[in-house]
Each structure stands twice: as structure tokens, then as C-alpha cells.
Ligand binder design. Structure first.
Ligand code: IPE
Ligand code: IPE
Ligand code: MG
Length: 241
């Protein structure tokens, strides 16, 4: 949404591709799920650090539309982990002023998980200190396709004139309609790709790829990445003197 050049200020919205849990566990001779447990614990620390750095929105990639290709054991372990984590953290998140919301196609998730997702969204809906958005069964292309389907329905029903459709119309139908665009996207684990994350929304995001595996990503490293962001000049296609 914002498109004014804002060099030397911190990012308002940070999105994170939390990658490397499996390798972290394997390097310790442990099963991949051990790494996912460690990864989930990091989320809490990073979210807690956000207010100190002026980060109002934090969006984390927890499970992609492509991650269903993993073994059934890993997928079901992850789903159980998400459910347990949401339940066990609800009280702290509420007390710490964190508003939790989810993006992604939740209809494909198990009913028990969906219920706790709905509950925590409702429970924290009045919070405004930090906005934590969890991308769960999220894919950027899938999101645009679902948004287009909803938009097409409105057009077919005669509620929207096709000639009036522009970028802002489509953005209103995206899962992220309540979020500003990310200013900074961080990916851990050394992979320099976006893996279908926030494709539309990251059109002008800065990217930071760090080698650290997600379970080792500390608040100190987070602070260093944010500092680096402050030195970048964001031009948004314009020319600066
Ligand atoms: C990221 O870690 C978490 C999820 C995709 C759920 P990975 O599980 O992809 O870990 P690596 O990349 O195999 O090390
Ligand atoms: C991206 O990581 C998805 C999440 C972090 C949830 P992946 O590990 O699934 O991505 P690829 O397979 O390396 O592209
Ligand atoms: Mg990975």
C-alpha cells in the first residue's frame, strides 16, 4: 500500500520464510519434526522483539500449498504441532497484545485445527500491539486464483463492473486484504528463492537471505537484519537526487 520512499526507517511489516528446520534437526541426528518444534519456539521470541524495533506487522510462512508433498508423518506432525502451539500460546499472545490472523486456504485444513484458528483470531481480535499473521496452507498463486474466483463471482452477480477492476480491486479479494504490503522479506537457511510466498504483495519488498537455519535465528540476528534494512534506499521506480 505505502509507496513513498522511506530510506533509513525501520520496516513496518516484516515477512519471514522460516526455512531450515529439517536440516537443523538432521544435523543433530534428530527427526525433522524435532526441528519444527524448535522452529515454533523461535516465532515467539521474534514476535516479542517486534515492538522494540517498530515492527507492527509480522507475517510468517508456516506451511505452503506445496508442503503437502512431504511424508504423511511430517505433515500430520506439523498439523498437530500447529494446533497444540496455538492452544498453548493463546493466553500469552492475548496478554502481550498480539493480534493473530491466518492467511491461506483453510478449507483444506482439518476441522479441529480450523476451530482453534478461528478461536484465537476471535480471542485476540481487539489486540493492536503487534499483528502476527500466520500463512498456513498458503501459496501466492493459489491465493490469487481464489481471489480471482471470488471477484469473478461478484462480476457475474452484477455487483462489480469488469471495466472498473484494477489493482486495488483485486487486492481487496486477497487473503491479505487487512495487511499493508511487506517492506522486508527475510528467508533463512541460505536458499535464495521465494517459494510462492506473498507474490503479489512483495512487488516492492526488500529481500534479505540469511544462511542461518530458522531454529538458530536469534533476536540479535533479527535486529541486525532490521538495521541493514534501514540503510537501504527504496526508490519504488523513481529517481532520487
Ligand atoms: C521450514 O523448514 C518449515 C516448513 C516448510 C514447514 P523445512 O522443513 O523446509 O526445513 P529444510 O528446508 O528441509 O531444512
Ligand atoms: C517454504 O519452505 C515454505 C515454508 C517455510 C513454510 P520450503 O522448504 O517448503 O521451500 P522449498 O521447497 O525449499 O522451495
Ligand atoms: Mg525447506
Amino acid at each position: 500500500m505505502s509507496s513513498q520512499p522511506t530510506p533509513r526507517s525501520g520496516p513496518h511489516h516484516v515477512a519471514v520464510i522460516m526455512d531450515g528446520n529439517g536440516r537443523w534437526a538432521q544435523s543433530r541426528g534428530q527427526p525433522r519434526l524435532f526441528g519444527h518444534h524448535a522452529g515454533v519456539r523461535r516465532v515467539k521470541e521474534i514476535v516479542r522483539a517486534c515492538p522494540d524495533h517498530g515492527v507492527k506487522y509480522m507475517t510468517v510462512f508456516a506451511f505452503s500449498t506445496e508442503n503437502w508433498k512431504r511424508t504423511q508423518a511430517e505433515v500430520s506432525g506439523l498439523m498437530k504441532l500447529f494446533r497444540r502451539y496455538i492452544q498453548s500460546e493463546a493466553r500469552d499472545l492475548l496478554a502481550e497484545g498480539v493480534r493473530v490472523r491466518f492467511i491461506g486456504d483453510r478449507l483444506k485444513l482439518d476441522a479441529k485445527l480450523r476451530r482453534v484458528m478461528d478461536e484465537i483470531e476471535l480471542l485476540t481480535s481487539r489486540n493492536d500491539r503487534v499483528h502476527l499473521t500466520v500463512a498456513l496452507n498458503y501459496g501466492g498463486r493459489d491465493e490469487v486464483a481464489r481471489a480471482t474466483q471470488r471477484l469473478a463471482r461478484e462480476v457475474a452477480a452484477g455487483n462489480i463492473d469488469p471495466e472498473s477492476v484494477d489493482e486495488t480491486t483485486l487486492a481487496r479479494f486477497l487473503d491479505t486484504c487487512f495487511l499493508p504490503d511487506p517492506d522486508l522479506v527475510i528467508r533463512t537457511s541460505g536458499e535464495a528463492r521465494i517459494s510462492n510466498f506473498l507474490l503479489w504483495q512483495s512487488a516492492y519488498a526488500e529481500y534479505e537471505f540469511v544462511d542461518t537455519l530458522w531454529p538458530d535465528f536469534t533476536t540479535a540476528e533479527f535486529a541486525r537484519v532490521l538495521e541493514g534494512f534501514g540503510t537501504r534506499e527504496r526508490r519504488f521506480g523513481a529517481v532520487t537526487a
